[in-house]
Each structure stands twice: as C-alpha cells, then as structure tokens.
Design a protein around this ligand. Structure first.
Ligand code: GDP
Ligand code: MN
Length: 436
C-alpha cells in the first residue's frame, strides 16, 4: 500500500513559534507575545515595549502564508491604542496576498513584537535608500542533492522577485553532508553580504546555529527574512554608520518540517495548527487517503503516487488540468472510496471526475462499489440526489470483470457515467465531457 506519508507535505508553523525556536538556539529575536483577542493588545504592547529606547511595536498576522507586509498585515504601532486598532483590523479581515487562496485567510492569532529600528544601508550612487535587511535560509537543493545555505543582501519583502530578476544577488553555499555548514563558509558568506567586524561575526554565528537547527529538527526549510541590523541607540558615527551597539536580529522566520521526521520530534509535531490546514486534506487523512488540491477543474481519483502523476500528465496533454487528486492507496475500503468521492466533489471547481485505478492490491470491485455508492447517494448543493458531473472510469487489474459488471449494471442510475478502456481513452472522454 502506498502510504500517505510518501508525499512530501511539509508541516508549517507560525512566526511566533518560529521565533521561539530561533531563541532556543540563541539566535537573537525581539521580544514578542502571541494574542488571540483584541482585548489583549494593550497588555501585550506594554509588555513587549518595556524598557525599549523607542516603545514601538509591530502587530503581525499569524497565518501560514507570507506577503503580509504588503497586504497590510504587518503594522508598526506607537501606542497601545494603535496596537488595539491594528489588532481589531487584522482579526476581522481576511488576509489576501499572492501566497494565499484568492478568498484570503482568516486571521486567528497575532504576534505583537517589539519594533526594531533597522539601520539605513549606506547609499550607493542614486539608488533608493534601503534598510539593512538580509535573507538567510537553509533548504535542500535537489539538483546538487545537498543542503544549501541561501543568502542575500536584498532581504525583505521582494526576495522572490530578486531571485528571478537578479539571480547574481543570491548567494548559495553547499553544506557538507556530514559536517554541515563550516565556520569558514559562514564567515565567507557574511563577508559577501558586505558585513565586517562584529556584525559579520554575529551573522556567521546565526548561519551556523540555523544550520544546526535545520539538521536537528529535520527541517525542509529554515528561513529568516529579514535578518536585520538593528540600532539600539541613535547613530553616533555619522550618516550610514551603524552605532557601536548595532547588532543582527531576526525579525521574521519561516520553518517547514519534513513530515517523515515528526515521529522523532514530538516538540515540533505539537506546534501544528490544524485550523490552518486545507479542510479537504484533513478529511482525507482521517480515512488514510491522500488529497492534494490543485487549480484545474478535473477531479482525479487514483491509486498510487506514480499513477497520480501519470494521470495528471495525460489529461494535461489532452488540454485539461486537474482540480485535485485523491490517492486511495492500496487498501482502501468501500467507505473510504465513498468518502474520497465526496471530498473530490466538495471542490466547487470540479467540472468532471476521472477515476483511474490500476488494481494490484486494490480490488477493482471495491472501487466500483464505492463509486456507485457515492455517485448514487451524492447530495448536490441544490438538495437533489445523484451525481451530475461527468464521470469517466477506467479500471484495470484485480477482479476487474466484477468491477466493470457492477458499473455496467449501475449505468441506468448513473447517467453521467462513461467507462474507458485505457488512460488515453479516459482522458479523451473526460476532456470532451467538459467541453475541451
Ligand atoms: P512578511 O511580509 O510576511 O514577510 O512580514 P515581515 O515580518 O518580514 O515584515 C515585512 C517587512 O516589514 C520587513 O521586511 C520590514 O521591512 C518591515 N518590518 C517588519 N518588522 C519591522 C520592525 O520591527 N521595524 C521596522 N523598521 N520594519 C519592520
Ligand atoms: Mn518576511
């Protein structure tokens, strides 16, 4: 049986949890507190700004998506009243960014953190003045099959654009598989980021700690963006010269964890926030099914990851794209198959369903029973019963005759059902059924 964990689906955590994790590795982060209600904004503001040179804070939406700054969900506040107002706005509006679904995400948690006075970057020519914001991340580079440290002087909110338009602004340093990031590499990267002296040492130290964290916790991504040069006091050394008390600080972080590693990291596993997960994916995992949401309009029910990929390729070739795929694995019961159908159909983008099963361990008759059950009992949004969208089924393998017979016998009850002889035939039928 193909286990659901064969799919690399990283577990994500919130920024406030990521900051705690950085702290536990002695990577410096500003004071912060997570709140879930507007009423707590005042006390959180006072708590995190206590003893600050400038008692300012940032209110930040905690959702499993980035691009918050540009969406207005990272807000600098100067008083408890401003903090309360920002909290009210964020907790009552959905956050929309290029990284969220079009309808946005509900914000249920906020981080109120001490604001940081970021040093100005010395102006170069007539370029627009910038702040000292850097990008740092560790991830796995599939091409070189090594973990890699990625760093850039152009950190902040535009890193994806920079990576596309100016790849030379991105530094990559491969990690040795056994030794990990070496101190000399970290120092070299710090120098290439334009840092020197104490700040270079601090940045190199952050890189080494981040790479240790990455390995220790079986991360898939450990990212700090931005790592900033923070000013503690008014600059004393003239324009563009950071004061003696300047230091590096991580003010935003993102972690993805390899789900396969969670079994040995109970501390990480318990950070999961199920309310941030795709509800259909959660429903599927309860039945031991794997559901992956995509953005086309054909729902695909398959068994096995390889067959899922092949199915998507073939329907793409015929001009339609998958809305999702649901892998029932090898040992699915009739109930699970019934559930699988209703999950696929809960996606309102689905205009047609393609079932492509190659029964090795999976019994085709079980699939057929599940299909007939689900399709005949399916409750449409308008209340009527019975499957309305085109349904194309291709069955092959164990007990296929019984499965096909059952489908044949059920055709009078299932007017939208067509059977297919092979995958190409199935792809053609589902394409023409949805008008492609
Ligand atoms: P993201 O947009 O979701 O990545 O959220 P970030 O936490 O990275 O914030 C986006 C941008 O807001 C950062 O790149 C900074 O330019 C700015 N920002 C965030 N926190 C602070 C802060 O404490 N002080 C200052 N001056 N700027 C901040
Ligand atoms: Mn960020």
């Amino acid at each position: 049986m193909l286990a659901p964990w064969s799919y690399p689906r990283p577990m994500k955590i919130h920024e406030y949890q990521a900051r705690d994790l950085l702290s536990s590795y002695n990577i410096p982060v500003p004071a912060g507190r997570m709140i879930t209600s507007v009423e707590d904004a005042t006390s959180a503001f006072k708590q995190v700004t206590q003893g600050q040179h400038k008692p300012f804070a940032v209110v930040k939406a905690q959702v499993h998506a980035g691009g918050r700054g540009k969406a207005g969900f990272v807000k600098l506040v100067r008083t408890p009243e401003e903090a309360t107002e920002a909290a009210r706005f964020m907790l009552s509006n959905r956050m929309k960014s290029p990284q969220t679904p079009p309808e946005g995400l509900e914000v249920k948690r906020l981080l109120i953190a001490a604001a940081v006075d970021i040093a100005d970057r010395p102006a170069q020519g007539n370029a627009t003045p910038a702040k000292e914001e850097f990008y740092l991340a560790i991830t796995t580079d599939r091409a070189t099959r090594r973990n890699v440290l990625i760093a850039s002087r152009e950190g902040g909110v535009e890193i994806e654009t920079i990576a596309h338009q100016r790849p030379d602004a991105i530094i990559k340093e491969r990690l040795h598989p056994l030794l990990g990031l070496q101190p000399f590499q970290a120092r070299e990267v710090a120098a290439r980021l334009g840092l020197s002296g104490k700040l270079a040492n601090q940045a190199a130290d952050v890189m080494l700690k981040l790479s240790k964290l990455y390995i220790d916790k079986d991360c898939a991504l450990a990212e700090i963006n931005p790592l900033v040069i923070a000013l503690d006091a008014a600059p004393s050394g003239g324009v563009g010269v950071p004061p003696a008390s300047a230091s590096v600080l991580a003010i935003d972080a993102k972690f993805n964890f390899d789900e396969n590693g969670l079994i040995r990291h109970k501390d990480i596993a318990q950070l999961a926030d199920p309310s941030e997960e795709n509800p259909a994916e959660q429903r599927a995992s309860k039945f031991g099914l794997t559901y992956i949401a995509l953005d086309g309009n054909i729902g695909c029910l398959v068994n096995g990851a390889g067959l899922a990929m092949a199915t998507m390729d073939v329907i793409n070739l015929h001009g339609v794209t998958p809305a999702n795929f649901l892998d029932v694995g090898g040992g699915a019961t009739e109930e699970a198959v019934t559930e699988a159908f209703s999950i696929i159909l809960s996606d309102k983008h689905v205009k047609g369903v393609l079932v492509n099963i190659f029964g090795g361990i999976m019994n085709c008759e079980t699939i057929a029973k599940g299909i007939v059950n689900a399709a005949t009992n399916y409750k449409n949004p308008d209340g009527s019963i019975g499957f309305k969208v085109p349904l194309v089924v291709r069955l092959e393998g164990t007990n296929v005759q019984a499965g096909r017979q059952l489908l044949e016998n059920s055709k009078p009850k299932l007017p939208t059902l067509q059977t297919a002889t092979d995958l190409t035939d199935a792809a053609k039928k589902v394409c023409s059924a949805v008008g492609k």
